[in-house]
Design a binder for this molecule. Structure first.
Ligand code: ADP
Length: 263
């Protein structure tokens, strides 16, 4: 990642037909990357040309969840992204040694994001998904500056405290004048073997965020779906094959596919 980006960003051009979605969350560990890989795989399976840009410097997990085993290659001054499950993938994790903790500050992050957008050979994408670091930080603002048309998808858990933090992540869009396209509630009720439902993280968080963002944005911000807690979903992430591909019949996969179809 030496030197700065020299090219312009194709997705920022007025004539760009690529829809860019930023997947945002208030805090880490709520399933932002899990949602990102499954949406991407589902959209690619529909025949769309899809890319993921993993900008979550603090918790990059896209390469593992997508089973990426190769590194990006260079062709003259462009970076060629690995392709897994039909999705082009670039991650900050591909540019740091081992599992080194990334202690990048704002300006460096901004530059890396700019370079990933401009110097990666994405081709003619239908959809680009950005996995942002949690919180309301620099990367969200950088995204708004670099691609103003980015639409934001907020991921939260059902927990009220988590919902409050997620609201703040969504509310930044008000300042950057970006559209919040919807809310995804993840880690909703766990289905027990006897058919009962265990609400491990409580209930209602997704609706709270949806209602609150609808009020603050002055436009509908729908709850697009609720994804149950499911062991298969965690295992799919560890195995590097998105659940929508490995177990499309499962409740979580169905919820994720239906969210993808609504984008
Ligand atoms: P984030 O990107 O928000 O940090 P991750 O997508 O990495 O979160 O998810 C955190 C952990 O929780 C991962 O191990 C993931 O496999 C697991 N996970 C996410 N959503 C679910 C779910 N609905 N059911 C079970 N495990 C989940």
């Amino acid at each position: 990642l030496k030197g700065g980006a020299t090219k312009d960003i194709p997705f920022a051009r007025a004539e760009s037909r690529t829809r860019v979605y930023a997947i945002a969350s208030g805090k880490g560990g709520v399933g932002k990357s899990t949602v990102t890989v499954n949406l991407a795989a589902s959209l690619a399976a529909q025949g769309l040309s899809v890319g993921i840009l993993d900008a979550d410097v603090y918790g990059f997990s896209i390469p593992r969840m997508m089973g990426v085993t190769t590194r990006p290659t260079r062709i003259s001054d462009m970076i060629l992204p690995p392709v897994c499950h039909g999705v082009k993938i670039i991650s900050v994790g591909m540019f740091v040694e081992g599992n080194a903790a990334v202690v990048w500050r704002g300006p460096m992050l901004h530059r890396a994001l700019q370079q990933f957008l401009a110097d990666v050979f994405w081709g003619d994408l239908d959809v680009l998904l950005l996995d942002l670091p949690p919180g309301t930080g620099d990367v969200a603002i950088s995204t708004a500056q670099l691609i103003p048309s980015t639409e934001i998808l907020v991921v939260t858990t059902p927990q009220t405290a988590a919902a409050e933090v997620a609201e703040r992540a969504g509310a930044i869009a008000l300042q950057t004048r970006q559209k919040v396209i919807g809310v995804v509630e993840n880690m909703s009720g766990l289905v027990l073997p006897d058919g009962g439902i265990l609400d491990v993280f409580g209930t209602g968080g997704g609706q709270i965020v949806s209602d609150s963002l609808t009020r603050s944005m002055g436009a509908p911000v729908p709850l697009l779906g609720r994804i149950p807690l499911e062991i298969d979903l965690r295992e799919a992430g560890d195995a590097g094959v998105p659940l929508v591909l490995s177990h499309p019949e499962s409740a979580s996969a169905k919820a994720l596919s239906s969210i993808a179809a609504s984008l």
